[in-house]
Design a protein around this ligand. Structure first.
Ligand code: GDP
Ligand code: IMO
Ligand code: MG
Length: 448
């Protein structure tokens, strides 16, 4: 029996969807613990592409239970559309999906506030959110004025809370943003219809997931976003509004830390980021464009081009520590196939024009092995690279380590040594079959 967390080790889009889909084979339950439909998790099965936003990627396997935990924020309209979209593709969604009654609801005013606040922010301050209302929904949760799925099921409570929230929100929309008011009746009617549709799925998921754990079933916890987008441990304020690292499982599903047996970090063989914020290893040149084109680096949710750059061991070491990773899944190795040289960032270099740095070098070429929390410094950091040989031939569909070119094996060995964590899986293509499986993440055992 083992319960494993799958988390993103970078700024999201590492290929978590593909890895969760693969591991679902050995699990009975797949549960999301944070985020919302800002996530876009892609799974490709027999040339059919599925992009999951709120529903766990395990839904594509027959007979597996999928849970959306209390830590997730849910836009009911988006969830209903996702359920319908899966059914249109002949994927059954019914008694296999459970939604926490304690999960918070994304309301139309959250979406309006998210977009207005982004539009009115100065260019350098724009987060580049997905515009899905995620931040404002978590703000309401923390300020204790949020509406939960349980509230949606009680029309009186729902109306009361909606009325109170709209009184405040409409004031802000009108006065601060000169925007249109949101109609109580319209939202009430729309959400009551959503409630009727979703009611059969809504339940106490804390009892449910812990019941499965107590029965000895394998549970997979599916993270969204990535560690560097975590509200506490990411590159704040250019982050999302939830705990996207492994700690989020405990609060976002009501699962005790002692129930977690392993944490698999999904690491893309290079780095990408969507939206604003510092990105020390970003490549703004031809090479960055090459990675974007070859890797198909366009947002699965918003379609925005992703910023691309080299692997960053400073960020990865932080992610390994924060999550207590017991293994990593290295994805998109094939995207590096054509490159002559491959770089890995080992530390950050910074020349402090104000000489205000407190380190022994007095601001002259300071070196950072941890991500600095002063954003002025982080923005000015430059990467210090180790350069490795490329392999110049296709790795697509390799089944065993020995199928890989020796330089690709050297790259993997180098990453393992540098990060001091074992590589459990290597992905060399988007398809289910394009994977080298070295260790079983559930048992930790080496595969033959
Ligand atoms: P997630 O948000 O972490 O689930 O990742 P996304 O689905 O947003 O982005 C990952 C993209 O890379 C998707 O288009 C996947 O189909 C694709 N992908 C996943 N693994 C691989 C791989 O090993 N090689 C290639 N070329 N594509 C991959
Ligand atoms: P998956 O699960 C990549 C980014 C947004 C923005 C910041 C805040 O597919 O890896 P938000 O809408 O959450 O308030 O936006 O977070 N972001 C993601 N980037 N992958 C994601 O999810 C993301 N979800 C949010 O681009 O910079
Ligand atoms: Mg994604």
């Amino acid at each position: 029996m083992a319960n494993i967390v799958v988390v993103g080790a970078q700024w999201g889009d590492e290929g978590k969807g593909k890895i969760v889909d693969l591991l679902t084979e050995s699990a009975s339950v797949v549960a999301r613990f944070q985020g919302g439909h800002n996530a876009g998790h892609t799974v490709v099965i027999n040339n059919r592409k599925f992009v999951l936003h709120l529903i766990p990627s395990g839904i594509l396997h027959k007979g597996k239970k999928c849970i959306i935990g209390n830590g997730v924020v849910i836009d009911p309209g988006a969830l209903i559309e996702e359920i319908r979209g899966l059914k249109r593709k002949k994927i059954p969604v019914g008694k296999n999906l459970f939604i926490s009654d304690n999960a918070h609801v994304i309301m139309p005013y959250h979406v309006a506030l998210d977009n207005k606040s982004e539009q009115s922010a100065k260019k350098s301050k724009k987060i580049g959110t997905t515009g899905r209302g995620i931040g404002p929904a978590y703000m309401d949760k923390m300020s204790r004025s949020g509406i939960r799925m349980a509230d949606l099921l009680d029309s009186r409570i729902f109306r009361e809370k909606l009325k109170a929230n709209l009184a405040y929100v409409n004031y802000i929309l009108e006065k601060r943003y000169k925007a249109k008011r949101i109609s109580l009746e319209k939202v009430y009617d729309e959400y009551m219809k959503h409630a009727a549709f979703l009611a059969p799925f809504i339940t106490d998921t804390v009892a449910l997931v812990n019941g499965y754990i107590e029965k000895g079933k394998n549970v997979l916890f599916e993270g969204a976003q990535g560690t560097l987008l975590d509200i506490d441990h990411g590159t704040y304020p250019f982050v999302t509004s939830s705990s996207s690292s492994a700690g989020g499982v405990c609060t976002g599903l009501g699962v005790a830390p002692t129930r977690i047996d392993g944490v698999l970090g999904v690491v893309k063989a290079y780095t990408t980021r969507v939206g604003g914020g510092p990105f020390v290893t970003e490549l703004k040149d031809k090479l960055g464009k090459h990675l974007r084109l070859k890797g198909g680096e366009y947002g699965a949710t918003t379609g925005r081009p992703r910023r691309c750059g080299w692997l960053d061991a400073v960020g990865l070491k932080h992610a390994i520590r924060i999550n207590g990773m017991t293994g990593i899944a290295l994805t998109k190795l094939d995207v590096l196939d054509d490159l002559e040289k491959i770089k890995v960032c080992l530390s950050y270099k910074y020349d402090d024009p104000y000489k205000s740095c407190s380190c022994s070098k007095k601001g002259k070429s300071c070196r950072f092995k941890e991500i600095p929390h002063n954003n002025r410094i982080l923005e000015g950091c430059r990467p210090v690279y180790k350069t490795l040989e490329g392999w110049g031939r296709s790795t697509r569909g390799a089944k065993k380590m020995r199928d890989l070119p020796k330089q690709a094996r050297a790259y993997i060995d180098y990453i393992e040594d540098l990060l001091n964590v074992k590589v459990s899986l290597i992905s060399t293509g988007e398809k289910r079959s394009e994977v080298i499986s070295l260790r079983d993440p559930f048992s930790g055992r080496k595969r033959k």
